[in-house]
Write a protein that binds this ligand. Structure first.
Ligand SMILES: [Zn+2]
Length: 100
């Protein structure tokens, strides 16, 4: 096979970054996206007690968590767009400066 492997890897990374940008939040791994966890399994032979349901301590009931790297990616995108807007504004503010 002559297809370069690094192109495939680059495409995979691009797809991953795109999904990270479009979906910065994923399901909480602790409660598996339920927002609450059930503590205490009923023991055999004993009178069944109602299981204790508490809100997830990791996501605090939000049932989702920020995926690692998504914050950095969005900060980078915001910084790039802000820099581009700043350059555009600078060019519009002083158009005669570019001639001399
Ligand atoms: Zn959770």
């Amino acid at each position: 096979m002559s297809f370069p492997l690094f192109l495939l890897a680059a495409a995979a990374v691009a797809v991953w970054l795109g999904s990270l940008y479009a979906h910065p939040f994923g399901a909480c791994p602790r409660c598996r996206g339920h927002g609450h966890i059930t503590r205490g399994k009923p023991k055999a032979g004993r009178k069944p007690k109602p299981p204790k349901v508490t809100s997830c301590p990791r996501c605090k009931g939000a049932a989702r968590r920020q995926r690692p790297g998504s914050r950095t990616l969005h900060q980078l995108a915001r910084r790039v767009s802000r820099e581009l807007a700043r350059q555009r504004k600078q060019r519009q503010a002083a158009p005669s400066r570019a001639e001399d």
